[in-house]
Design a protein around this ligand. Structure first.
Ligand code: GLU
Length: 611
C-alpha cells in the first residue's frame, strides 16, 4: 500500500535517493512520510504528516549519509499523524523499521510486550513489530538478521519491511504478501516497494519471494529462506525507464495516462491481432486452452475499477461463448465459501498484480483445483506468478491512482479472450472474427480521435462542475462503463455519483432526479438504444439534466439531451473501449475545476496490498 525506499552504498547520498524515491512512490499512499538514518551510532528519525514535500523540507539539514530507509504511509492502524508515521524506532533504540502491510496479531504481541515493560508511542501495528523484533533480539541475544527471522515466526499478516540498527552495517529486508524489490546498482543497493524508486539507479533488480529475508550491506546482497539458509538470487533486468514515471508536460499523471491510451491499447493488441491466420494469439493461455474450452463456469474476481472490467468480461464471455460467468468482488468471494471445482476457471483481474484480496481469492480457488488465469499489468507481480496462465495488459506504469489506461488495457485483454474462446468453440465464424479483429485494430486511432476532441468534452464538464450528485446510466455492456464513469468522478472529485443499469433507474434511483442531479447516459446505437432513449425521456420529464455519450448524430437525442458527446462507431462488443474515454476526460476536468489533486485523491492508494 505504502511506499518503501532504502539506500545503502559507497556514496553519501542516501537521504537524497530516499526522498526522491518517496516522491516517485507518493502515488501509492501519502498521508505521512518519514526517513531514518544513522549518525554517531544513533538512529535518527525525521517524520512529517502529509505529503513528501513536508518531509523534504524537514530533512534539508541532514548531513550526507550512506544508509537510509524511508516510507510514505497509507494508514491502517492509527490516524495519519507524525507519531504514527514511519519509520518507527524500537523502545530501547536497537532498531528502526519501515513497514508496508498489516500485522494481524499485533494486539496479542503488544500485550506480551507491555507485560515486559514496553511503552508505545504510536497507535500502529508497525511499532509493535519494531518492538517485537527488538525484544526477540535482546531476550535471545541474537544478531539483527536472526532476530528478524525468529521474530517473524510469530507474526501473522502481511508485511514488507526494512530494518536498520545503530551500527549502520546493513538493511535487513523481509516480506510476506507485500512486494519488495532490491535494485543492484554499481556501488549501491536501492530497495523499493516496487521498482519505481530504483529506475535509473540500478539496471538489475531482484523481487523477494514471500518469507525470504535479504541482508543488504554496502557491498553485498545475501538472500535467505524461511529456514535461514542462503538461497542465492537471480537478478532480472530492470526494463522501466524514468520517462515512464514522468508527466511529459501533461498537467497530471492521470491526464498523461488518459492520453497514452492509443499507444497502450495498441501495445495490448500488438502481436495478438497480427498473428498468422484468423486466430487471436494469446500465448500466455495457449497451454491451458483445452481446459478453458471445457470450463463449466468462469468466475472473475477483482476489486475497484478492475471489477468493472470483470463485469464487461461477463457480458462478453457469456454472450460470445455461452459459458456461464460469475463476477465477484474478491473480498467477498474469498469469505463466502464459493462453490469451486476442478472444472472451473477463475480469472483474477488486477493492475498491480499485488491486490491482496484478489490474490487471496485466487490462492483459495487454486487450492480447490480451479484453473487460475491472471489479467495483470505488472509483469512478474505476485498474481502473475501464482496464475497458471494469463494475459498481460501491457499498459505500462500507471501512476495516477484513479485507473484509466490500465482499465482500457484490461478491457482489451478480456475482449480478446472472449473473442478467441468464442471462435474456438464455434460460436463465431472466421468472418465475424475477422470483423472484430479489424474493428479492434482501429480502436487506438478511434481513441485518439476522441482525445483530439477533448476540449469539447471539457467544455461540457465545465458546465456541470458545480453539481454535487450525478447518476451514470447504461445498458448491457455499457452498464459497467457507467459504473466506471461514476467511480472515476467519485474518486477524484469527491462528488457523489452512482452508476445504474438504465432500465433499473425507474425502480428507485429516479427518486433522486431533479434539476440538481444530472444523468450521464452511455448509449451507443446498439440493440438497447431505443430503450435507453425512453429512459432518458423519463429523466427529462422530471427536470433532470442529461449528458449523452453516443456514437452517431441523432436529431431526437440532440433535442432531448442537454449535451451530446459523439464518439466514433465500432462493433457493439467493443464500445466500452471508446465510451470510457469521454467519461475519464469529463471527471478529470471537473476535479481540476474543483481544484482537487487528481493524481493523489484523498484516502486512496494505488496498489491495495492490504485486505
Ligand atoms: N499498518 C501500518 C500502519 O498503519 C502500515 C500501513 C502502510 O502500509 O502504509 O502504519
Amino acid at each position: 500500500m505504502c511506499g518503501i525506499v532504502g539506500y545503502i552504498g559507497r556514496e553519501k547520498k542516501a537521504e537524497k535517493v530516499v526522498i526522491e524515491g518517496l516522491y516517485r512512490l507518493e502515488y501509492r499512499g501519502y498521508d505521512s512520510a518519514g526517513l531514518a538514518y544513522v549518525e554517531d551510532n544513533k538512529i535518527k528519525v525525521v517524520r512529517a504528516k502529509g505529503a513528501v514535500s513536508g518531509l523534504d523540507k524537514k530533512s534539508s539539514n541532514i548531513q550526507p549519509q550512506d544508509l537510509a530507509i524511508g516510507h510514505t504511509r497509507w494508514a491502517t492502524h492509527g490516524k495519519p499523524s507524525e507519531e504514527n508515521a514511519h519509520p518507527h524506532e524500537s523502545f530501547k533504540g536497537e532498531l528502526a523499521i519501515v513497514h508496508n502491510g498489516i500485522i494481524e496479531n499485533y494486539k496479542h504481541l503488544k500485550e506480551l510486550l507491555m507485560d515486559e515493560g514496553y511503552i508505545f508511542n504510536s497507535e500502529t501495528d508497525t511499532e509493535v513489530l519494531a518492538n517485537w523484533i527488538e525484544h526477540t533480539k535482546l531476550k535471545r541475544d541474537l544478531n539483527l538478521v536472526d532476530a528478524v527471522h525468529e521474530a517473524l515466526k510469530f507474526v501473522h499478516g502481511a508485511y514488507a519491511i526494512c530494518v536498520v540498527e545503530p551500527s549502520a552495517e546493513m538493511i535487513v529486508c523481509a516480506k510476506k504478501s507485500s512486494p519488495l524489490a532490491v535494485g543492484i546498482g554499481d556501488d549501491s543497493f536501492i530497495i523499493g516497494s516496487d521498482a519505481t524508486p530504483i529506475i535509473g539507479r540500478a539496471k538489475e533488480v531482484i523481487y523477494l519471494e514471500d518469507n525470504q529475508i535479504a541482508i543488504v550491506t554496502r557491498d553485498k546482497l545475501q538472500v535467505k529462506d524461511i529456514d535461514n539458509r542462503d538461497t542465492g538470487f537471480f537478478p532480472e533486468k530492470l526494463l522501466l525507464d524514468l520517462q515512464a514515471v514522468e508527466k511529459k508536460g501533461f498537467e497530471s499523471f492521470m491526464m498523461k495516462e488518459i492520453h497514452e491510451q492509443p499507444e497502450t491499447i495498441a501495445d495490448c493488441l500488438r502481436g495478438r491481432l497480427a498473428a498468422a491466420g484468423p486466430e487471436i494469439a494469446l500465448g500466455g493461455i495457449e497451454d491451458v486452452m483445452p481446459r478453458l474450452l471445457r470450463a463449466k463456469k468462469i468466475t472473475i474476481v477483482s476489486c475497484g475499477t478492475s471489477w468493472h472490467s470483470a463485469l464487461i468480461g461477463k457480458y462478453l464471455i457469456e454472450s460470445l461463448t455461452r459459458i456461464p460467468v460469475e463476477v465477484d468482488y474478491a473480498s467477498e468471494y474469498r469469505y463466502r465459501k464459493p462453490i469451486i471445482s476442478n472444472d472451473d476457471v477463475v480469472v483474477g483481474i488486477t493492475q498491480s498484480g499485488e491486490t491482496a484480496d484478489t490474490k487471496a481469492a485466487l490462492e483459495m480457488a487454486k487450492g480447490k483445483g480451479a484453473l487460475i488465469l491472471g489479467v495483470v499489468n505488472v509483469v512478474g507481480s505476485s498474481i502473475a506468478r501464482l496464475s497458471n496462465a494469463g494475459i498481460y495488459t501491457h499498459s505500462g506504469t500507471e501512476i495516477g491512482v484513479a485507473s484509466t489506461k490500465a482499465f482500457t488495457g484490461q478491457v482489451a485483454a478480456i475482449t480478446m479472450l472472449a473473442i478467441k474462446l468464442s471462435h474456438r468453440l464455434g460460436h463465431i465464424d472466421d468472418e465475424k472474427l475477422m470483423d472484430l479483429k479489424d474493428a479492434l485494430a482501429i480502436i487506438p486511432d478511434q481513441v485518439q480521435e476522441i482525445l483530439d476532441d477533448s476540449a469539447a468534452i471539457e467544455s461540457v464538464a465545465s458546465i456541470y462542475a458545480n453539481y454535487d450528485d450525478f447518476l451514470y446510466l447504461g445498458r448491457g455492456i455499457n452498464f459497467p462503463v457507467a459504473l466506471e464513469g461514476a467511480l472515476k468522478l467519485k474518486e477524484i472529485s469527491y462528488i457523489h455519483a452512482e452508476g445504474y443499469p438504465a432500465g433499473e433507474m425507474k425502480h428507485g434511483p429516479i427518486a433522486l432526479i431533479d434539476e440538481s442531479c444530472p444523468s450521464v447516459f452511455v448509449m451507443p446505437h446498439d440493440d438497447s438504444y431505443e430503450k435507453t432513449v425512453s429512459n432518458l425521456q423519463e429523466i427529462r420529464a422530471r427536470s433532470g439534466k442529461v449528458i449523452a455519450v453516443t456514437d452517431k448524430e441523432d436529431k431526437n437525442l440532440t433535442e432531448a439531451a442537454d449535451a451530446v458527446i459523439i464518439i466514433p462507431k465500432t462493433e457493439p462488443e467493443l464500445t466500452p473501449l471508446l465510451t470510457t474515454i469521454p467519461l475519464q476526460i469529463f471527471s478529470h476536468k471537473i476535479a481540476r475545476i474543483r481544484n482537487k489533486d487528481v493524481d493523489k485523491p484523498r484516502n486512496l492508494a494505488k496498489s491495495v496490498t492490504v485486505e
